[in-house]
Design a protein around this ligand. Structure first.
Ligand SMILES: [Zn+2]
Ligand SMILES: [Zn+2]
Length: 276
């Protein structure tokens, strides 16, 4: 899994907008030759003097297209939003400079500037693991992130499943014959929303033993303590500025919960526990 960095500099007058992708000049085109669809990129901007540097988010590279030499940035990198931040995260340049590894000649600029404040560094080379960890920690520190953000690893895995499904069965069986049946373990980076345990506890107590959507009894009891197994879901996602509150949370059975995330949504955004 490869992570890059891209800079949205102060020469831009507006905030970075993931839906428009990231433009690369003809001069820097060779940098893109190493970048693959499915790689990830952290975008950092410096557009507002008052705020300074901001982490715009983590994005997945979906496509790299050539829009023609008439444009200032003829190469466009299409992106999808992985971190789904509700707001960009202000970066503490001086604090991060203390933590970042060395990057080139020091002296004129601090480490933060050397790493993140140069347009020329965009997509220049894959980020070191320590830099990725540092930026991930910034994402993790925000309370705006959704409870259910898929990790980059999950996104990549789901892509591979979709791709395999499009192939023929014999292609899959051929590969399966050669595949190891005891997969290797690998370390993955996960970031989670820092949820309030009292919200979860209160909603579970409210629900008692049944799903607040389908009203069926929870499918099983936890062996740990004999409590009914239900999952607490945010009706308006935290990433859409939903509250981490008892009013915005509902206890669901695993089936109903999966459906809310992967199937047609059934729960009305105006659902409130006191109406039931
Ligand atoms: Zn249910
Ligand atoms: Zn949920």
């Amino acid at each position: 899994m490869t992570y890059y960095y891209a800079f949205h500099s102060g020469s831009n007058t507006v905030d970075f907008d993931c839906s428009r992708g990231y433009g690369v000049s003809a001069k820097s085109a060779d940098k893109l030759s190493q970048v693959n669809i499915g790689d990830f990129v952290f975008v950092i901007q410096n557009v507002h003097q008052r705020i300074g540097y901001q982490l715009c988010g983590l994005y997945r590279i979906e496509e790299i297209t050539d829009v023609g030499s008439n444009y200032k940035y003829p190469h466009r990198v299409a992106l999808s939003d992985v971190s789904k931040l509700a707001e960009f995260i202000p970066l503490n340049r001086h604090a991060l400079s203390q933590e970042l590894p060395e990057a080139g000649k020091e002296g004129r600029w601090d480490r933060f500037m050397n790493h993140f404040a140069r347009q020329g560094r965009s997509f220049q080379k894959p980020l070191d693991e320590s830099v990725v960890a540092l930026l991930m920690a910034q994402l993790k520190s925000t309370h705006e992130a959704s409870e259910d953000i898929p990790t980059p690893e999950e996104i990549e895995f789901n892509d591979r499943v979709a791709k395999a499904l499009k192939q023929t069965q014999s292609e899959r069986l051929d590969r399966l014959k050669k595949a190891p049946v005891h997969p290797l373990k690998k370390q993955v980076t996960v970031w989670r929303y820092d949820r309030n345990p009292d919200v979860v506890a209160e909603v579970l107590a409210r629900a008692g033993n049944s799903c607040e959507s389908c009203r069926k009894t929870a499918p099983f009891k936890r062996t740990r303590d004999g409590s009914y197994y239900l999952e607490v879901h945010h009706i308006i996602p935290l990433s859409e500025k939903g509250e981490d509150s008892v009013q915005n949370a509902i206890a669901l059975c695993p089936n109903c919960h999966r459906q809310e995330h992967f199937g047609p949504v059934r729960i009305d955004k105006n659902w409130r526990p006191d109406k039931h």
